[in-house]
Write a protein that binds this ligand. Structure first.
Ligand code: 13P
Length: 252
């Protein structure tokens, strides 16, 4: 990975952590983060804990992230949270298009596109998630699937840069399963994503491409050593300070 792309290690807490648990986890991570850590660190707690986590990390380099956002700034959308509210709560990043949103909540490339535009519009940085299912991998259409997700998700969006876009490749079959993509499998897709971004006239060399899917302290160093893997989006292993800190350390 070129030195100019600072690694990003983001913890996606999903639907875990009460307020007191979230506060304690954020405090432990912030408190034990090595001052010389090369990676930028972001935490994505559930909405209810955003403010509590922000209070713990706001005076540190750790960044706050949200797990989703609506595409409108405000309105009659019961249960939804807007990018304006997330910015107000102290977020820097917003995960968009996570496969669990696509699978359980009807997220499509079209809604992902609307959400990306809305998140960018308020000055936040989306972490756009893409990835294939096991059936798609077995049918050898992984690269086509990821290409469509990126082309449709990023359609009609201009002005993208390393400052306002992060992409996470998360093979669906690797999420929460313990089945990590091998470093070679992940690098192959990351390389294709970077080439596609260049074709799309996006400054590909500046964009951080994260890998996600059963990242652990044991497998993180080999994944992060790949030339086009610029960080990790970590689920289960981000719920314990010690395992998350080991993954941060593996980024250098
Ligand atoms: P796991 O690390 O638990 O497999 O989850 C990955 C993920 O979905 C991060 O967004």
């Amino acid at each position: 990975m070129p030195a100019e792309r600072q690694p990003l290690i983001a913890g996606n807490w999903k639907m875990h952590q009460t307020l007191s648990e979230a506060r304690a986890l954020a405090r432990n991570i912030r408190g034990e983060l090595a001052p010389a850590a090369r990676a930028e660190v972001a935490l994505a707690p559930p909405y209810t804990a955003l403010t509590a986590v922000y209070d713990e990390i706001s005076s540190s380099p750790v960044r706050l992230a949200a797990q989703d956002a609506h595409w409108q700034k405000q309105g009659a959308f019961t249960g939804a949270i807007s990018p304006v509210m997330l910015r107000d709560a102290g977020c820097r990043y917003v995960i968009v298009g996570h496969s669990e949103r696509r699978q359980h909540f009807g997220e499509t490339d079209a809604t992902v596109n609307l959400k990306l535009k809305a998140v960018l519009d308020v000055g936040l940085c989306p972490i756009l998630c893409v990835g294939e299912t096991i059936e798609q991998r077995q049918a050898q259409v992984t690269l086509e699937v990821v290409t469509i997700q990126l082309r449709q998700g990023l359609a009609e969006i201009t002005g993208l840069s390393g400052e306002n876009l992060v992409i996470a490749y998360e093979p669906v079959w690797a999420i929460g399963t313990g089945l990590t993509a091998t470093p070679d499998q992940a690098q192959e897709v990351h390389g294709v994503i970077r080439r596609l971004l260049a074709v799309m006239q996006i400054p590909a060399q500046d964009i951080r491409l994260l890998y996600g899917g059963s990242v652990t302290p044991e497998n993180s160093a080999a994944l992060l050593a790949q030339p086009d893997i610029d960080g990790a989006l970590v689920g289960g292993a981000s719920l314990k300070a010690d395992s998350f800190l080991k993954i941060i350390a593996a980024a250098g």
